[in-house]
Design a protein around this ligand. Structure first.
Ligand SMILES: Nc1nc2c(ncn2[C@@H]2O[C@H](COP(=O)(O)OP(=O)(O)OP(=O)(O)O)[C@@H](O)[C@H]2O)c(=O)[nH]1
Ligand SMILES: [Mg+2]
Length: 236
């Protein structure tokens, strides 16, 4: 039997730790060339990058994406880039490529508001209901909080889990990354069993039909345009 391939899409606000997650992948084949200058707030990844890693007999393709932004309209180029990457890397358009999706959130942001909430809404729109059993959240920055001060942050992690469950996100699994050895493998392994059957990520299915140029007409594209209009109304 051919060894199985798990393809994971990383989505989340800028600075939420997607590229750092990639850096920690076990058995990573490519080098992460982006510098990590430790600046939590500046945007860094501007192009999607597909990384390969092999662990436990499974090949993982991990798609690092540009971060989502507070300003809704700034997310359209992000969707365009993801759409183009999906289209470029597909082996066969009648078969989905992406088998799982992860939403990243910096736990130190506390509330799931602003870019966090907007990001989660875009994520929901991208994955679609049929894919809910193949998503999970990752929370980062735990190592910056003293263990005795973590309790309020645990509540936030539960809130995020409830958000996932509320929109039907499988078991609402949230991986709190605390810097422990083996925690990245745990995240990867979660998706191995879940990747067996064919399931379409909504955004991928739509791009298959519309072509990557049709990204604005996807559910996620429409959601971003709607949010951008609301944002403009609030400013006016
Ligand atoms: N201490 C600590 N720093 C982190 C953690 N996650 C991310 N960072 C740092 O925060 C900064 C932003 O992290 P990135 O991984 O580049 O964030 P990103 O989600 O890829 O951001 P974009 O590429 O803009 O979307 C980097 O300097 C990381 O080293 C974490 O869990 N702990
Ligand atoms: Mg990045």
């Amino acid at each position: 039997m051919a060894s199985m391939q798990v393809v994971l899409l990383l989505i989340g606000p800028t600075g939420s730790g997607k590229t750092r997650f990639v850096r920690r992948l076990p058995g990573l084949k490519e080098q992460v060339t982006e510098p990590d200058n430790g600046d939590v707030y500046g945007p860094r990844t501007s192009k999607c990058q597909v990384y390969t890693c092999e662990t436990g007999g499974t090949t993982f393709k991990v798609i690092d994406t540009p971060g989502l932004r507070d300003d809704a309209s700034a997310n359209l180029p992000v969707l365009r880039e993801i759409a183009a990457t999906l289209e470029r890397n597909w082996l066969n358009k009648s078969n989905p490529w992406v088998t799982g999706a992860l939403y990243f959130h910096r736990i130190t942001d506390r509330r799931i508001t602003g870019a966090g909430k907007l990001g989660l809404d875009i994520f929901k729109a991208m994955v679609g209901e049929g894919f809910y059993s193949r998503i999970a959240c990752v929370t980062t920055m735990w190592d910056t909080i003293k263990p005795e001060k973590r309790e309020p942050f645990m509540k936030l992690s539960n809130e995020l889990s409830n958000e996932l469950v509320n929109f039907g996100g499988g078991d609402g699994l949230v991986f709190d990354l605390k810097g422990h050895k083996g925690e990245i493998e745990t995240v990867l392994n979660y998706f191995v069993a879940r990747s067996r059957n064919r399931r379409w990520l909504e955004f991928e299915r739509e791009i298959g039909q519309l072509g990557s140029g049709g990204y604005r007409r996807t559910v996620a594209g429409k959601e971003v345009v709607r949010k951008a209009k609301i944002g403009l109304c609030v400013i006016l």
